[in-house]
Design a protein around this ligand. Sequence first.
Ligand SMILES: CC(C)(COP(=O)(O)OP(=O)(O)OC[C@H]1O[C@@H](n2cnc3c(N)ncnc32)[C@H](O)[C@@H]1OP(=O)(O)O)[C@@H](O)C(=O)NCCC(=O)NCCS
Length: 325
Amino acid sequence: MPSGGVSTAELADLLAALPFGHRLWVRGMGRCLYPLLRSGDAVRLLRCGPERLARGDVALVRHGPRLAAQVVLSTEPWVTESLLGGTDVAGGELVGRIIALKRGRWVVRLPRPTRPALFLMQRTLSGVWTKPASRAVFRHLRDLFSGWTKPLRRHFVGPLEIRLVRPEDLDALLAFATERLVVSGTFLRRQLRDRWGLPPDRRVGAAAGAFDAQGHLLGFAWADDYHQEGLALDGFWVRSLVVSPRVRRMGVATALVRCLVEEMERQGADRLHADIDEDNTASLRTFSGLGFRPAPDALTTATNQQWDAAGGSKRLVVLVRPLPG
Ligand SMILES: CC(C)(COP(=O)(O)OP(=O)(O)OC[C@H]1O[C@@H](n2cnc3c(N)ncnc32)[C@H](O)[C@@H]1OP(=O)(O)O)[C@@H](O)C(=O)NCCC(=O)NCCS
């Protein structure tokens, strides 16, 4: 993924303008090849046309402003899917073939002989993953595993500092956003400059981060009003609460939200809201544990109506926490 606020659409234009035969590394292509590739890892792109691809290749495909790395299932008709199958939009414009993957220091090449194996892997994984029961078993195992590995993860990550995000944290914030947030880097940069990063007496809204000893961000959340995004919802709302998987179940989300509660109280807000997908048990428990309680029905209805109109699909539970001041 590009740094310095280049959007995915700009990156897609840039890649599409490259001559055929050109090769380059591109980072942060989303979760389409998960679990083989995680968001924030890099892929090596060979810019080429569809005649160079066959079933089982990995294609970099452009869907409007989005870029996605997908497995080619058929070339006539042209069908690609993410590794776990499912929800991706059909069609798309081919940018090129992915010839290698890179995670940290590890590079895995994808030469042509890997095509049948990758095709079979996609068929098997997507067959299993599209069944809700398989996903439930996976989540259960992951939670179990997460408990066992907690002491080890705590040891390797070291102590975390939970505090308000400051203007000098911008690079760490953009790196985290590239990997984990759906909010654009441009939006975050502007909010930090014009609202969250101002001196205490002029600050409006706030962002909280969990920083490791190297200054990397491993968890993030912000509180601000919705009017800026065109939603007719009053008050301050907690948004984009995300914790890196390696530090989950260690109280990071709890500490981030607590930090925002304290700051919004200091700013004189009389309450703080959160809107959460109704099936997000982890998040619902986190907020309940911090004294957030169900909002009045009228607010819940209004919030769901606003999000439905903005294209949201899941029902949201709205919680509110009074700030005594
Ligand atoms: C939801 C999320 C932020 C929680 O982060 P976290 O740092 O692991 O949360 P905490 O350690 O502070 O957990 C607080 C409580 O929430 C509950 N909880 C957290 N993760 C849970 C899980 N996977 N399953 C069930 N309960 C969970 C527990 O009650 C936990 O307390 P406990 O560990 O003492 O039992 C994290 O799982 C995440 O980033 N998820 C993906 C993004 C997301 O869904 N964000 C929320 C958008 S509203």
